[in-house]
Write a protein that binds this ligand. Structure first.
Ligand code: SAM
Length: 273
């Protein structure tokens, strides 16, 4: 029997975790110093429903002895960049996102060169980039476009129309700076040697081995409530939640430590039972 529990937080998200015997329990409260550590974290992207604000809390579940960090709903992967594990498996269904990570990993300087030619927080330029046909673009051009749109779009959303074209409006000019060459090099360094999976969470979870730590942050599916969940052309629905529940049971039976963050609503109980 391992330790199993949950905690609620101010972001109306609940975390459920399964920790095999022998693992440290997380602290019930955070000190002001721990809360401050959030500001020192660097990642590449903004992301809707990112758990950046919860990093100090989530980070407590990771142990230095864990062999690998696995995140099947990576998004901005802010916990990964915060923890800086030596080995990781990061996956996401979003093809443009995962292609961006791959390109930044292999060619940070080429992406930085493209970004350095782009004006910061320029609304007209944003819409010009948004309307661009992406198929003829080189990998660094595509990655730079993705990073630019992500930086200046509304609320870090990723949403496409039925043709798969990004359609989030401009989000104003208070969304920070584009990453510099040295920041992109750091991101590339963190991603080097890590396994990047573009696909459904099941294909990432198939990589899990004994001794791994898994963090799961799926899109919210809440019946009868409007909660943003359209990160790609497909929608995360009840069937996906049930599939995820089967995966959690499987991980638990294998004694794999995992933490799941999910909406703080009645439906989330489906995952916790
Ligand atoms: C709540 S966000 C993750 C946010 C991330 N924890 C962060 O801090 O940025 C959920 C992610 O799941 C991805 N996603 C949606 N459906 C998926 C699926 N079936 N398999 C894998 N990833 C999926 C979305 O593209 C999105 O990036």
């Amino acid at each position: 029997m391992g330790f199993r529990g949950s905690w609620a937080n101010t972001h109306r998200a609940t975390c459920r975790f399964h920790l095999p015997r022998g693992r440290l329990r997380p602290q019930p409260r955070l000190t002001p110093w721990e809360v401050q550590t959030v500001t020192t974290t660097t990642g590449l992207l903004r992301w809707a429903e990112s758990k950046r604000q919860l990093l100090p809390r989530l980070a407590q579940f990771w142990q230095a002895s864990d062999s690998r960090y696995v995140e099947p709903f990576a998004g901005s992967a802010c916990l990964f960049f915060h923890l800086q594990p030596r080995e990781a498996v990061l996956g996401d269904l979003n093809t443009d996102l995962m292609a961006t990570y791959r390109t930044v990993r292999s060619s940070p300087d080429a992406v930085a060169a493209r970004l350095s030619e782009m004006p910061s927080a320029d609304e007209a330029f944003y819409y010009k980039m948004r309307d661009e046909v992406t198929s003829p673009l080189s990998a660094p051009d595509r990655a730079a476009r993705f990073i630019y749109l992500n930086r200046y779009c509304f609320n870090g959303l990723y949403r496409t129309d039925l043709n798969g074209h990004f359609n989030v409006p401009f989000g104003g000019d208070r969304t920070g700076l584009l990453p510099s060459r040295s920041q992109l090099r750091k991101i590339a360094y963190r991603l080097r040697g890590q396994t990047l999976v573009n696909g459904d969470f099941g294909s990432t979870l198939r990589h899990v081995r004994q001794g791994d730590f898994v963090y799961l942050d799926p899109p919210y599916w809440v019946e009868g409530r409007r909660v943003f969940r359209e990160y790609s052309s497909s929608v995360f629905a009840e069937g996906d939640l049930k599939r995820l529940k089967r995966w959690l049971t499987h991980l638990k039976e294998r004694g794999i430590a995992f933490v799941l963050s999910y909406a703080h609503y009645r439906r989330a109980r489906l995952l916790g039972r």
